[in-house]
Design a protein around this ligand. Structure first.
Ligand SMILES: *Cc1c(COP(=O)(O)O)cnc(C)c1O
Length: 380
């Protein structure tokens, strides 16, 4: 174990803490909130407030941080995806908001490049929409997109994430969409840091952009950041914060607690003021530490990679060739996970035989435990 203790609240349930070298994945707990965030949530928990007014005020901070017209704290990026599509379908019609997920009489098609289909895209149809794919798994043309647009198109969805192909690109997607008067909505859940990405896609002209609050931003695990153009964001608010209406909107199961609203805006402000360079250097030195400890193993090549199109921060990537006589990638992972503490690492996309050790959630000192454990397993 590291110097960190086994929190009593987990111990009571028999759940052991683990080392997360797999990034901001939901299944391992997202991220660790800073003490200032926890304190703010604690403060928020002690009094009642008008939650709608609170979230509208928090939305102004979100909008400013994103360089967008209007913002809102959501219950995660997935919740924001549901709300973005709902808003594109209902517009500011009270009747439409009440009618969802029945989309009769509304534009209800969400267009997505086939290559960007991913495990999170069900959120794009949860509000009652239909997904319309264009292009093939790895290729698309402007013409393919134009052919997919018709009078039922509610919006074009776009996903920015490592490993997800960009098709005709965001700039071209926005150009074509706006030429047809169709909004572009973006799932950029894990694309921050760098914090410049908070505003990047808005500057490019995207209509609404969603990020996870509980990944790189370091807010509550079940929070999200949504921002965009005022008219569409007003429709988002109607679909999510219709708290005094007789019919709760499609966003009702995705409510955000007062503690999470405060936690998110606190984390967001810390994130936009943080020293990104120092954080990056910390990941880099952990990556170098592990990499240096793994030299001289026949058949193993270790590279520190940091291409933002594929990687979340600098990380050692382990490649194995035929000379390697140790356990398979699956066996290595199983042994890491079964240890005490369990260590969870990333693996390669598709058929690539690799192990990647993502440092963004590796706490100080844990890199030593990771290096020791890998040495035991790889040199056995
Ligand atoms: C994590 C993730 C989501 C879901 O975000 P939550 O904040 O957990 O709801 C959606 N899309 C992508 C690409 C993600 O990585």
């Amino acid at each position: 174990m590291t110097g960190r203790v086994w929190p009593e609240v987990y111990k009571k349930l028999g759940i052991a803490p683990i080392i997360n070298a797999q990034s901001w994945v939901t299944a391992l707990g997202g991220s660790i909130m800073r003490p200032e965030v926890l304190q703010a949530m604690d403060d928020a928990a002690s009094s009642f407030v008008d939650v709608k007014k609170l979230n509208l005020a928090a939305g102004e901070i979100v909008a400013r941080s994103c360089g967008a017209e209007r913002g809102l704290v959501t219950a995660g990026c997935s919740a924001a995806q549901v709300l973005m599509v709902a808003a594109c379908m209902t517009g500011q019609s009270e009747q439409n908001v009440e009618q969802l997920p029945d989309t009769t009489g509304m534009k209800n098609e969400v267009i997505l490049f086939k290559g960007q289909r991913n495990r999170y895209d069900k959120a794009f149809v949860t509000a009652g929409a239909t997904l319309v794919e264009y292009g093939s798994a790895d290729y698309a043309t402007t013409d393919d997109l134009e052919k997919a647009i018709n009078e039922n198109t509610a919006c074009i969805a776009y996903v920015v994430a490592p490993w997800v192909p960009q098709g005709i690109g965001l700039e071209e997607t926005i150009r074509v969409a706006h030429e047809h008067g169709v909004p572009v909505i973006i799932d950029a859940a894990a694309e921050v840091p760098p914090r410049s990405n908070l505003s990047k896609f808005h500057k490019m002209g995207a209509d609404m952009v969603a990020f996870s609050g509980g990944k790189g931003i370091g807010g509550p695990q079940s929070s999200g950041v949504l921002a965009g153009k005022s008219d569409l964001m007003e429709a988002v608010v109607m679909n999510s914060l219709n708290l005094d209406s007789s019919v709760a909107g499609i966003g009702r199961p995705m409510k955000v607690s007062k503690e999470n609203i405060i936690g998110l805006v606190t984390a967001l402000q810390l994130f936009t003021d943080s020293d990104e360079g120092a954080e990056w250097d910390g990941w880099q030195s952990k990556a170098e530490f592990v990499s240096e400890r793994l030299t001289g193993i026949t058949g193993l090549r270790v590279e520190i990679e940091d291409d933002p199109a594929e990687r979340q921060g600098p990380q050692p990537v382990l490649y194995f060739d035929d000379e390697f006589s140790g356990p398979s990638v699956d066996e290595i992972k199983a042994q890491l996970e079964a240890g005490d503490p369990g260590i969870f690492v990333g693996e390669g996309g598709g058929s690539r035989q690799e192990i990647n050790i993502v440092m963004v959630n590796v706490q100080d000192g844990e890199e030593k435990i990771i290096a020791d454990r890998l040495n035991e397993i790889l040199r056995s």
